[in-house]
Design a protein around this ligand. Sequence first.
Ligand SMILES: Nc1ncnc2c1ncn2[C@@H]1O[C@H](COP(=O)(O)OP(=O)(O)O)[C@@H](O)[C@H]1O
Ligand SMILES: [Mg+2]
Length: 409
Amino acid sequence: SLDNADNLPGSIVRTVQHTQKTIILNHGDKDTRFASDTYLIQQQPKSLFCSPILNQGQFIGILYLENNLSAGAFTQERVEVLNLVCSQAAISIENARLYEQSQNYAKKLECTVQELQQTQQQLQKSFEELKQAQLQVVQSEKMASIGQLTAGIAHEINNPLSFISGNLTFTDDYIQNIIELLELYQTEWLSPSEKILNKVEDIELDYLIEDLPKSINSMKQGMKRITEISKSMRTFSRGDTVAKVPFNIHEGIDSTLLILKHRLKASVTRPEIEVVKNYGNLPEVNCYPGQLNQVFMNLIANAIDALEESNLGKTFEEIETAPNQIILTTEIDSENQQIIIRIKDNGMGMSESVKEKVFEHLFTTKGVGKGTGLGLSISRQIVEEKHRGKLTLTSALGEGTEFAIALPL
Ligand SMILES: Nc1ncnc2c1ncn2[C@@H]1O[C@H](COP(=O)(O)OP(=O)(O)O)[C@@H](O)[C@H]1O
Ligand SMILES: [Mg+2]
């Protein structure tokens, strides 16, 4: 900018800039070095002072003064003052520069701090997501192995099941035929030998003929039960589907109850837990069946835990008079286009402070090895995030708890 200023003697300014030495022209003398300077030719200043402003040897500016009225204006004395002014100016300019620099640093620092804060927030978020994912993996691994086990057993049972049930039908016919034949003998062969009569008495033939069809019948009943169990096991272990599929919710709950049956049974300390089903008339619901079964499993297992805890310190007879109950209710809420599944127990219930935290990751009131604190947080995720539904609870300490799963239709 100094170079193309036309209100300054360019040649003098440049010389000062290069040599870093003061130039004083006191008598309008014709210094040959600047003879061709257009500014000097036009303005013809009588006295002129041009000095570099240096800060620790660094050129940072120029002080230029001229006087058009009198020659010899820049006396020794005045030049000393001007030199002082120059060094003061150098300090002021440097201060201003430093100030600006520090302002810039401050701004940059502020930006950096903001960026850091953002990064930290993102990290925190990633960490939460990772934690969530990890818990999900743990739980779904567990569920997957239960699923695989039940699917495997169901598969293995299926073969022997089908040949027993196939043969049972034949056996029924064969035995019917043999009985008919025996009866024919009895009517046609009027004088059997002593040996035969003894044997008839020995084996209580009349009773046997009467009882055999009954025992075959009960075998058939047993077969039917096993077939149902096997079917339930396959329903429960329905693998995770990529897309939602129509699913009979009641079959899902029933198959879950079957898997938990051993926990519902009577023991030496308490009678069997009563399971009351108030099933409504539900349509099939589009969902991920494996995941919903996981939710039913978590909620029913929690109910059993709560009942067992409420039994502590009570005798078998005391429990019998106010029996442990799990009530399963399903209904359509057509107003809100959803179905509601309620799982209610009359166990120990929850305090207000527990109620606030039950859906948190890793929150458990159960002992080490008993509770993981994963069940409810994962159940809520499955219901709310995977199915766009709602998982809520009502509970009162000492009275029991009800969880409600709402699923959109
Ligand atoms: N039906 C219930 N009755 C009383 N308390 C319950 C019930 N279901 C859950 N809870 C409380 O919520 C906590 C968290 O449950 P959950 O996430 O399934 O973890 P966990 O069963 O491993 O403890 C339990 O430890 C218990 O205190
Ligand atoms: Mg649980």
